[in-house]
Design a protein around this ligand. Structure first.
Ligand SMILES: Nc1ncnc2c1ncn2[C@@H]1O[C@H](COP(=O)(O)OP(=O)(O)OP(=O)(O)O)[C@@H](O)[C@H]1O
Ligand SMILES: [Mg+2]
Length: 301
């Protein structure tokens, strides 16, 4: 059994990645096959991939989310922005099954679903790339991408198959700066690590990738690489939720911008209809006096 730091793979996943291990038998054989080519086509019918209706969440006296209505589409990057404490992380953790909502309903491909655990979320095809990435520095790229989901060939892990799938996934995302999939993650740059985390997320038939502040710790060139990677996911038909404080990144990558203000969703508008000042207004006051086409609920009312 390989160790990630001092933890077993499965324990490490449960703790840091929200337990995205798919069902496995005692040999570690997984039922789900990785999909190096990524997800499906953009949805032509216009039905949201994910829809939140009147979603609410409180922690004791803290009302973190109130009546959130949000539609997320395949083939589009939806940026989720808001000030500190606005509810961005709680929203994505609700979708990821870490904080089940206490009010409202989640729809997935038009059907009501209950996402109670990270496994529920993963089984729908939702993968979350957390800011800390949940990669194991002491393991190589292949080992990280198959963390807890190792392919087996009789009793031995099929290293060749895993290596091929990991390499194919990275090259299908045009990640060319990584020299070898056998490189230990500790030796990668921040941008390369982010790329491996994203590649890991899209390898498992995922349909929606959620990225929490993916560029926060990155330099200029690495940020450009991650933004390009984010666009590529959408071009391949996946839905993407991109949480960020950086409005330059948001305008570069987003098709749709959704704004949270004090736990309420005050706007969800095509990025082409917004400028930076409007987003600043919405984030800081919950409304804007400028003329914006689309749906705005001033101050969340
Ligand atoms: N586990 C928790 N227990 C209690 N309150 C929480 C918990 N998680 C979040 N909150 C509260 O919910 C609100 C929204 O927090 P959230 O982490 O979603 O903010 P955010 O928009 O991600 O902010 P930031 O930009 O600072 O990351 C905050 O008031 C926060 O204190
Ligand atoms: Mg947050």
């Amino acid at each position: 059994m390989r160790l990630c730091g001092s933890l077993k793979f499965e324990d490490q996943l449960e703790q840091t990645h929200g337990g995205t291990v798919t069902s496995s038998d005692s040999t570690g054989q997984v039922e789900a096959e990785p999909d190096p080519t990524g997800g499906g086509e953009p949805d032509p019918s216009g039905e949201p991939l994910l829809e939140l209706r009147k979603l609410s969440k409180h922690f004791g006296p803290v009302q973190a989310l109130t009546d959130i209505d949000l539609k997320v589409y395949s083939g589009r990057v939806t940026a989720l922005v808001g000030d500190n404490g606005a509810g961005k992380s709680v929203t994505l953790k609700t979708i990821a099954g870490i904080h089940p909502p206490d009010g409202g309903q989640i729809y997935w491909e038009g059907q009501p679903v209950h996402i109670r655990t990270p496994r529920d979320s993963a089984s729908l095809g939702i993968e979350t790339v957390y800011q800390d990435l949940a990669l194991c520095n002491n393991l190589d790229i292949v080992q990280n991408m198959f963390l807890g989901r190792e392919r087996t060939r009789r009793v031995l892990m099929d290293e060749n198959a895993m290596e091929t799938a990991a390499g194919q996934t990275l090259s299908s995302l045009s990640v060319t700066t990584v020299q070898s999939v056998r490189q230990v993650v500790a030796s990668l740059s921040g941008g390369q690590r982010q790329a491996v985390a994203v590649a890991k997320a899209v390898m498992w038939n995922s349909k929606l990738v959620i990225m929490d502040e993916p560029t926060a710790a990155l330099g200029v060139a690495q940020t450009a690489m991650v933004l390009a990677l984010t666009r590529r996911l959408a071009e391949r038909g996946l839905g993407v939720i991109f949480v960020s404080h950086n409005f330059n990144d948001v305008f570069e990558v987003a098709d749709q911008i959704a704004v949270l203000y004090l736990g309420r969703l005050v706007a969800s508008i095509p990025a082409a209809h917004l400028d930076r000042q409007m987003v600043v207004d919405l984030v800081t006051t919950g409304t804007t006096t400028r003329d914006v086409p689309g749906q705005i609920r001033p101050n969340g009312a």
